[in-house]
Design a protein around this ligand. Structure first.
Ligand SMILES: [Zn+2]
Length: 486
């Protein structure tokens, strides 16, 4: 049965509208928006749920690796003076080679709940875990794909599953390393599996699920294989969403240049494959000509600023790209932060830091909006929404979960928030709860030699800090009002 919501204020393509009536059809999709305050044929006021405050369109999360939620916060320490994306990747491989389908389902369920709570209402899951640790296929099918689908169904988030082709360890056809064995995917197997999944979706009842496909990167998929697979996928579904990581790292660009004489984005543009169904993830080190090419092809760039900042990737020329008419979307990627508002805030702040100006990405004609397009359009650029969704330019950002489900997700004792796993399994799924074996006596902790602040008159004793008691490291347990930070 359709549901009706009366909203105090809602953001529509034409701007803020007061007192709007939104109808959500039985399949969970918005079927009507009456911004005039009319009854809208609801059949009676008792059937309308009132939603107070301001409501904005739900955001699609266009790039996610759910399993990496298991290491959030666990790589924030220095290993060497040359820590980088590549050293982080080794830690990520360590986690990737421990995850089993049941772990992934739990991790992803919790992550998708967090996404819903932060305002993402659908997610494109870029999924390259296919095999068992060691490289054998699972005997009972694609357990790791099914784990993601089950997690999306349990949480209520819309899912575009992007099974990801992954064949080589670097440009030039380098073989996969043992730590990459779980990602290995033969082209025929991959195409058959994706086609079977799409066929099953076509014959099933409408659901908030769609299968697309991804190529991990040009490092992981030789260009000729990518071309053949992309054309084969187009024959299966002409509008199939196709995603790829590209030009995220300088080392990646340099390696591509050495092997092929071309930059990664040059190679991709030269294939002539790109169109509005392609999403280029990162494209951090795109030249002006490459940005022009992406914009002309109508492909979208997905930025994950919090992940790109976390990994030290570099700056994307967002202002230039929008000026060229380029299309952007955002994603949570490594789950360093799961919040669309933060991604958009730091997208703008990144440009401010780079250009030493303010409001860089704002539209000249409408200074409250991003340049070139309304927030609604931006939210649906590469939304890869579930098939047959027609009017989902707006979705309330309300989690469909019950209060009991929410509270279990909130009760976090672990910095990776993996509290929905039993303690035994949690030790496997969450590296932050795995205590390393202690060798030898504990090392004495040495305080850094910070200069001591001058003591002021009447301050007999420095306040005792207790971050856990007050939530603020500057507050004292005895007298919170004396905190100089608050
Ligand atoms: Zn990624």
């Amino acid at each position: 049965m359709a549901q009706h919501y009366r909203l105090d204020f809602v953001l529509l393509p034409q701007g803020w509208a007061p007192d709007a009536l939104v109808t959500v059809a039985e399949d969970g999709r918005i079927s009507a928006i009456d911004a005039g305050g009319g009854a809208g044929g609801t059949g009676g006021p008792q059937e309308v749920e009132r939603v107070s405050g301001f409501v904005v369109p739900g955001m699609p999360n266009a790039h996610s690796h759910a399993f990496q939620r298991g290491m959030t916060g666990n790589t924030e320490y220095r290993l060497s003076a040359r820590d980088s994306f590549w050293t982080w990747r080794q830690a990520m491989y360590g986690l990737a080679n421990r995850i089993e389908p049941e772990d992934l389902e739990v991790l992803a369920t919790q992550l998708f709940i967090e996404m819903l709570k932060s305002g993402y209402t659908s997610v494109a899951e870029f999924h390259y875990l296919h095999r068992r640790p060691g490289g054998d296929h699972y005997p009972d099918g694609l357990g790791l794909w099914d784990a993601i689908i089950a997690a999306a169904a349990a949480s209520g988030i819309g899912l575009t599953l992007l099974p990801t082709l992954y064949q080589t360890g670097d440009f030039g056809g380098a073989p996969l390393k043992p730590s990459q064995a779980r990602f290995a995917s033969d082209t025929d197997w991959f195409l058959r599996a994706v086609e079977a999944r799409i066929g099953a979706e076509r014959s099933a009842a409408p659901a908030a699920l769609r299968t697309g496909a991804a190529f991990h990167s040009l490092r992981a998929v030789p260009l000729e294989t990518l071309r053949e697979a992309a054309l084969a996928l187009r024959r299966i579904d002409p509008a199939l969403p196709l995603h790829i990581h590209v030009a995220e790292q300088i080392q990646e660009v340099d390696s591509c240049l050495r092997q092929t004489g071309r930059r990664p984005l040059e190679l991709l543009l030269e294939t002539g494959l790109l169109d509005e169904h392609w999403c280029l993830v990162h494209a951090t080190h795109a030249t002006a000509a490459e940005l022009q090419g992406i914009s002309a092809a109508k492909a979208t760039v997905c930025l994950s600023i919090t992940t790109e900042a976390n990994l030290g990737d570099g700056f994307f020329e967002a202002a230039r790209f929008l000026k060229l008419g380029g299309r952007l979307c955002v994603g949570s990627d490594s789950q360093a932060t799961v919040c669309p508002a933060e991604e958009l805030r730091w997208l703008e702040y990144q440009q401010r830091l780079r250009k030493k100006r303010r409001a860089v990405l704002a539209d000249k004609r409408d200074p409250h909006q991003a340049a070139g397009r309304s927030p609604t359009v931006m939210s649906t650029v590469v939304a890869t929404p579930p098939r047959r969704r027609r009017s989902d330019t707006f979705r309330p950002t309300r989690s469909p979960l019950s209060k009991s489900s929410r509270s279990s997700a909130d009760s976090t004792a672990c910095p990776s928030n993996s509290t929905m796993v039993s303690p035994k399994r949690l030790g496997r799924a969450c590296p932050s709860l795995r205590r390393p074996a202690r060798r030898g006596p504990p090392r004495a902790h040495t305080e850094p030699a910070w200069p001591r602040p001058p003591r002021t008159a009447g301050a007999a004793r420095a306040p005792r800090l207790d971050a856990t008691a007050t939530g603020c490291p500057g507050r004292t347990r005895r007298d919170p009002r004396r905190c100089p930070s608050c």
